[in-house]
Design a protein around this ligand. Structure first.
Ligand SMILES: Cc1cc2nc3c(=O)[nH]c(=O)nc-3n(C[C@H](O)[C@H](O)[C@H](O)COP(=O)(O)OP(=O)(O)OC[C@H]3O[C@@H](n4cnc5c(N)ncnc54)[C@H](O)[C@@H]3O)c2cc1C
Length: 500
């Protein structure tokens, strides 16, 4: 039997779930295929969300669900050098400590509310694409047909491999074991660097009543290949670092990760797209993988929806690669640098100390904090006002209906033309079905993270992902071109007439 959908997403990890929500909000017929039978993730991977991810969830009206379950704190850092972002101009001048399984659970609940079908307990095994769509063969023998297929199926992505998309980068220079286990003896709690990297033994959820439950992160004595580490590997690595294995037993989760850094050479091949770990893998240094994947999804979702609805041409999808590939390329480079700085030999420690001094200065701190929190993101949309291509600040705008938060205007995932000047100067009549028009005033100062104060615009065109697509400075020069570029031609013009 073959079910058909406009979009099929392979993988219901954080990226796939976020993308499914974005597409469902845009009323796209989307389905998820997930290999796991149950949503619950075994073990812990990501430990939280950075400020820009919190903003992105705030733009959809769901951030409070996450904040209620996590712990608000300063989590931003570079090479374990803390970077305080509490002075950044954002409502979320912090990060959120929240384990990946909870993040996934909350995303899955949202996706369920949005009535997205999930084909669980089956994997995408094979795919073929033709002019009109993609055929997807599942492990259980059935198949799906979709106009577009998005691979959100993690670092070993079958979709990426089957689409023949290269995955170039750097091999691992170090491998780590990560485990959740019990220990017969009281271990040496806390971080312990050695010349290969950082080791750590932490109390697991503080639940020590059933013995000493420990979260273990260990550098392996040599670079290991393969994903299936054994208890013997764990014991050997404990002895290599601590001189004993503390009677480790009852291992409920054991996995291996590395500083391998690779990126897909193309985020799109025809009707197949990649997002999240399927498009980029790197070390967990700085906690950026899940966050980058969420934001890939938010960049892609509205664009794919418009192409599916035929309001924009397929070429709009090329802007997804153009905007998001450089973002992950920068993440890869910063993880390579952080891995180098994590080595515990005297020379590297001296370098780390100098870096810490540097990052304590105001300007370097802001620069790195902007990068690591995702708040400094700037898509290259051409020359112009500093807001162009940057995140729209969450201002309190005074409208006829009262004070409105800008992020509140984005909850439905639709573009917004926020007019803050003379309402008669701007006319978006042909786009009013697609673009929400809001008149208002804002008398405060315009501040961007890292950049600081910028001149107040008279209008801004805000994309559904919260980035500024056009800035009015007293007139509507360039507005029509921006509307066509991002939201398709006005009625009476088909999608092919508008090109990004
Ligand atoms: C130790 C560790 C710590 C980390 N810490 C952080 C952190 O602090 N912050 C951070 O942002 N990131 C962190 N990360 C990275 C983060 O875990 C990943 O970047 C994130 O899980 C990527 O999400 P994803 O949805 O793209 O891929 P995944 O989470 O890998 O999800 C892919 C999904 O696809 C499914 N799947 C796979 N193949 C198929 C198939 N063929 N068909 C159907 N389904 C399939 C899988 O079952 C899975 O559910 C850490 C990673 C590790 C290992």
């Amino acid at each position: 039997m073959t079910n058909t959908h406009a979009v099929v997403i392979a993988g219901a990890g954080p990226t796939g779930l976020m993308l499914a929500a974005e597409l469902a909000l845009a009323r796209v017929d989307v389905a998820l295929v997930e290999r796991r039978e149950n949503q619950e993730l075994t073990g812990t991977r990501a430990g939280g969300l950075h400020a820009r991810s919190l903003e992105v969830l705030d733009q959809r009206g769901v951030v409070d669900r996450f904040i209620a379950q996590g712990k608000v704190m300063q989590v931003t850092g570079f090479a374990m050098i803390p970077l305080d972002i509490s002075d950044f101009p954002t409502r979320h001048g912090y990060g959120l400590a929240l384990a990946q399984n909870h993040i996934e659970r909350l995303l899955a609940a949202w996706v369920e509310e949005l009535a997205v079908p999930v084909y669980r307990g089956r994997s995408v095994n094979e795919l073929t694409q033709d002019e009109a769509g993609v055929n997807v063969t599942l492990s259980v023998g059935s198949s799906l047909r979709a106009r577009y297929l998005v691979g959100c199926d993690g670092g070993r992505s079958v979709i990426r491999k089957q689409a023949g998309i290269g995955f170039e980068g750097w091999d691992a220079s170090v491998t780590y074991l990560i485990a959740e286990a019990s220990m017969a003896e009281e271990p040496a709690w806390g971080a312990r660097p050695n010349e290969r990297g950082m080791n750590g033994l932490g109390k697991l959820d503080d639940k020590l009543e059933h013995g000493k439950r420990v979260r273990i992160v260990l550098v392996e004595p040599q670079v290991m290949r393969g994903d299936e580490p054994t208890l013997a590997d764990l014991r050997q690595a404990l002895v290599a670092v601590y001189g004993k294995d503390f009677g480790v037993h009852d291992v409920t989760w054991l996995s291996r990760f590395s500083d391998m850094a690779r990126q897909a050479e193309a985020y799109r091949r025809g009707r197949i797209l990649l997002a999240g770990d399927a498009a980029h893998v790197h070390s967990p240094a700085g906690g950026q993988g899940l966050n980058t994947g969420l934001q890939d999804a938010v960049n892609l979702g509205w664009k794919l929806a418009q192409v599916v609805h035929r309001t924009s041409p397929e070429t709009l999808l090329d802007t997804y690669h153009a905007e998001r590939h450089p973002v992950a390329a920068r993440v890869l480079k910063n993880t390579l640098a952080q891995t180098a700085l994590a080595r515990g030999d005297d020379r590297t420690r001296a370098l780390h100390e100098r870096m810490s001094e540097l990052l304590a200065l105001p300007e370097p701190r802001k620069l790195y904090a902007g990068m690591m929190s995702g708040l400094d993101l700037h898509y290259d949309l051409g020359a112009g006002h500093p807001l162009l291509g940057r995140r729209m600040p969450d201002l309190d705008v005074v409208t006829e209906g009262g004070v409105r938060r800008v992020f509140g205007l984005l909850h439905a995932g639709r573009p917004v033309l926020l007019n803050l000047g003379d309402p008669d100067r701007i006319d978006i009549a042909p786009w009013t079905e697609r673009v929400r028009w809001v008149n208002g005033t804002f008398d405060g100062s315009w501040e961007l993270p890292v950049l600081g104060a910028v001149p107040a615009p008279t209008a801004v065109l805000i994309r559904p992902d919260g980035y500024v697509a056009w800035v009015g400075e007293g007139a509507d020069d360039g507005l029509e071109a921006a509307l066509v570029r991002w939201f398709g031609g006005g009625p009476g013009r088909d999608a092919a007439q508008s090109s990004p």
